[in-house]
Design a protein around this ligand. Structure first.
Ligand code: SAH
Ligand code: DHB
Ligand code: MG
Length: 237
């Protein structure tokens, strides 16, 4: 369900704050022409990813789930000249469209697309020593999010930032009895995060042109005042 006012307000902020962006517009057009699913981050969410990368001073970013390269463009533009984004994509057609979109955006030098199931690519990235990464964006198949989190923890530089998309999914995340593998995967990932002392995390619900959803933001290995040695026992739901 998408309330008309959510889209209207997204459009308002897009127009005022994000503005016309020929490379992103071309990316959306080419992705639609190639019949890719229309599930990339929205323009305002893309700007948020860009800002997080910039605020953090990210130099090496790892993305899981490339699609047509929309979020990759937003992230890669925040990198310094010698920065690098590695993005993992299982679908060769999506990867082809993304390659062309990134090329058109002038970012092919900074972005490497790795084709294949992310759980095949991640061990290779680790064994090659391609990390550590100082920012991660998880936006692929939710049933594997728990497994992706383990790789994030292995590949992260101290203080790395983690963003996970689609952690609310119309509210389904709180359905503890759900048999849906996406919901279960999501909840397992949240449980793992909750018991991981190296991580400080939060999650924010969102509405907009993509409906009701949310994202998770976390920092790995971040010293935090709320995480004193005598931290309160964690409540499990
Ligand atoms: N981050 C993109 C949207 C990604 S959509 C953006 O905002 O622009 C999710 C993508 O993850 C799809 O392209 C899908 O093919 C890919 N995907 C799904 N399962 C995957 C897996 N196991 N490994 C790698 N990519 C996967
Ligand atoms: C949908 C949205 C997403 O951001 C995503 O990663 C996958 C699916 C959706 O709206 O269906
Ligand atoms: Mg998503």
């Amino acid at each position: 369900m998408v309330e008309p006012v959510w889209t209207e307000i997204d459009s308002y902020f897009e127009k005022k704050l994000v503005g016309a962006d020929p490379a992103l517009a071309a990316c959306l057009r080419a992705s639609a022409d190639a019949n890719l699913p229309d599930i990339q981050v929205s323009p305002v969410q893309g700007r948020l990813l860009h800002l997080i990368a910039k605020l953090h001073g990210a130099r090496r970013i790892l993305e899981v789930g490339t699609l047509g390269g929309y979020s990759a463009i937003c992230l890669a533009r925040a990198l310094p000249p010698d920065g690098k984004l590695i993005t993992l994509e299982i679908d060769p057609k999506h990867a082809d469209v993304a390659r062309s979109n990134l090329d058109h955006a002038g970012l092919s030098d900074k972005v490497e697309i790795r084709l294949g199931p992310a759980l095949d690519s991640l061990p290779k990235i680790a064994s090659e020593g391609a990390g550590p990464f100082d920012m991660f964006f998880l936006d692929a198949d939710r049933p594997n999010n728990r497994a992706y989190l383990d790789w994030v923890l292995r590949l992260s530089a101290p203080g790395a930032v983690l963003v996970i998309d689609n952690v609310v999914r119309h509210g389904s995340v709180v359905d503890a009895s759900s048999e849906d593998s996406s919901v279960r995967g999501l909840r397992e990932m949240i449980d793992a995060l909750a018991s991981e002392r190296r991580v400080t995390a939060t999650a924010i619900q969102t509405v907009g042109r993509k409906g009701y959803d949310g994202f998770l933001l976390a920092q790995i290995d971040a010293p935090s005042r709320e995480k004193a040695p005598s931290a309160a026992p964690r409540r499990r739901t």
